[in-house]
Write a protein that binds this ligand. Structure first.
Ligand SMILES: CC1=C(/C=C/C(C)=C/C=C/C(C)=C/C=O)C(C)(C)CCC1
Ligand SMILES: [Fe+2]
Length: 514
């Protein structure tokens, strides 16, 4: 494992034909774009955390039963500055960099402190976002980088702050049926307020403005005040249904004062995010029609959620499924020191990811008794109990333990659905299996092979699919790969047969949803 995690990956800018074991469905055409960290050492310096690595873009072009792979480092300003200096000069999630030769930077402290929020990295290593015809590499800061999906070349640097007061944004946007991007970001201490913004980017812009990017037409559709000015929640994704948006204000919070003084204290961004185990998880439900949050105060026990799986409306309720943890120990695991040394010993998950279902009653009966369960769906054991002061305490139903990197058939996003495609991680962060899980029957189908570490499975519906799970004909009808910024992604290389072939929702018109 040592070699795998720390080792710098070589880019492969010219397409190479992948070896294929087995057969690809004949209808599978398109390009799968993936992203993830590829370089952790620059000159004599090494990043501390796996999420810090310089973004390596990958593409798998699939057609006529063949796959061609290429990869290219994102030429971000961060990449260029680091390579030029031959050392890490830009701070990342788990590594602070001090470009000045002298680490005693008190003379620099003033300039660092003159901004509450320091300038962040544009090392966009987490995901790829499709915005109309444009593709962007994304991270969770205010920067995204446009890329050429065919050549993987790096194009413009886009700053969300030019279009809305957003300091951090998620890398897991949603896409609606019209192709609008829906995303969330946090506006930190802007005009004395900290708030979570839901925003929309249209897929098309007026012809005469074609030279401008779509973000120029970004529209903030809702704003949720943060419970605290200086400690907004960290969140990695959010959920949507046809009429609602689900946002978890979880007790895993950015400490803004710590961030503002991180450089002079010599601490990294990661240690400015703290889990408050005594706090609650507030569940905000935004009505997409009125653009307002529901007045009832729904809350749950403290938890840390990175991935929302799906959500839908049913008989006056919102059902939403998430992968939740008891704490934030997952981030600790991805320090390279923990991944590289005595891997087996250090890589036990302290908190197991668990697929949980929450149910929100949309009508809270004024006459209901205190303590009454307001969930009237027969299909679930999740509860929502009425409490005083318009509060409702939600407890989940556990659907499955030990899975991460959930995906669904995206045509069912926001709708009642049955299948989750996921990686089984159990008590170890490196998956050894992929799984198709049926949320209705709670049954599962798994795939594993010796010496294989599969990545995030990506479902591609068959043309004219009739069933939700019609990805081909029968199991294993789904094909996985993916470089969802997780270390096992580095392992799949381009041996397609091993990871069961791959494709993705970022299809460029040839196939899939777009
Ligand atoms: C650089 C930077 C950030 C980066 C966070 C990253 C890179 C998070 C990656 C999370 C992943 C991959 C989670 C998977 O489940 C913050 C904290 C937003 C803000 C401060 C500056
Ligand atoms: Fe993610």
């Amino acid at each position: 494992m040592d070699m795998i995690f720390g080792k710098n990956k070589k880019e492969q800018p010219e397409p190479v034909r992948a070896k294929i074991k087995g057969e690809l469905p004949t209808w599978l055409h398109g390009t799968l774009l993936r992203n993830g960290p590829g370089m952790h050492t620059i000159g004599e310096t090494t990043y501390n955390h796996w999420f810090d690595g310089l973004a390596l873009l990958h593409s798998f072009t699939i057609g006529n039963g063949e796959v061609h792979y290429r990869s290219k480092y994102l030429r971000s300003d961060t990449y260029n500055s680091n390579i030029e200096a031959n050392k890490i000069v830009v701070s990342e999630f788990g590594t602070m960099a001090y470009p000045d030769p002298c680490k005693n930077i008190f003379s620099k402290a003033f300039s660092y402190l003159s901004h509450t929020i320091p300038d962040f990295t544009d090392n966009c290593l987490i995901n790829i976002m499709k915005c109309g015809e444009d593709f962007y590499a994304t991270t969770e800061t205010n920067y995204i980088r446009k890329i050429n999906p065919d050549t993987l070349e790096t194009l413009e640097k886009v700053d969300y702050r030019d279009y809305a007061a957003i300091n951090v944004a998620t890398s897991h946007p949603h896409y609606d049926a019209q192709g609008n991007v829906l995303n969330m970001g946090t506006s930190i201490v802007d005009k004395g307020k900290t708030k979570y913004l839901v925003f929309k980017i249209p897929p098309t812009i007026p012809e005469k403005k074609k030279k401008k990017n779509n973000l120029k037409h970004l529209e903030v559709i809702c704003s949720i005040p943060s419970r605290s000015l200086l400690s907004p929640s960290y969140y990695h994704s959010f959920g949507i249904t046809e009429n609602y948006i689900i946002f978890l204000e979880q007790p895993f919070k950015l400490d803004i004062l710590k961030m503002a003084t991180a450089y002079i204290r010599g601490i990294n961004w990661a240690s400015c995010i703290t889990f408050h185990e005594e706090d609650k998880t507030y569940i905000h439900i935004i009505d997409r029609r009125t653009k307002r949050t529901l007045l009832t105060k729904f809350y749950a026990d403290p938890m840390v959620v990175f991935h929302h799986v799906n959500a839908y409306e049913e008989d006056g309720h919102i059902v939403f499924d998430v992968i939740s943890y008891k704490d934030h120990s997952l981030y600790q695991l991805f320090y390279l020191a923990n991944l590289n040394q005595d891997f087996q010993q250090n890589s036990k998950l302290a908190s197991i990811p668990s697929l949980k279902r929450f149910v929100i009653p949309l009508q809270v009966d004024k006459d209901a008794e205190m303590g009454e369960n307001l969930v009237k769906l027969e299909s679930t054991t999740a509860t929502a109990r009425k409490e005083k002061d318009d509060q409702v305490y939600c407890q989940s139903e556990e659907l499955y333990e030990g899975i991460e990197l959930p995906r669904i058939n995206y045509a069912y996003n926001g709708k009642k659905y049955r299948y989750v495609y996921t990686a089984e991680v159990q008590w170890n962060p490196i998956p050894t299996k992929i799984m198709k899980f049926d949320v209705l029957t709670k049954s599962s189908l798994k795939w594993e092979e010796e010496h294989c570490w599969p990545a995030e499975p990506v479902f591609v519906p068959a043309p004219n699919a009739q069933q939700e799970d019609d990805g081909k004909s029968s199991w294993p009808s789904e094909y996985s790969t993916g470089f969802h910024s997780k270390p096992w992604n580095q392992l799949s290389s381009y041996e397609f047969g091993r990871v069961r072939k791959g494709t993705n929702i970022y299809f460029q018109k040839q196939c899939g949803r777009d």
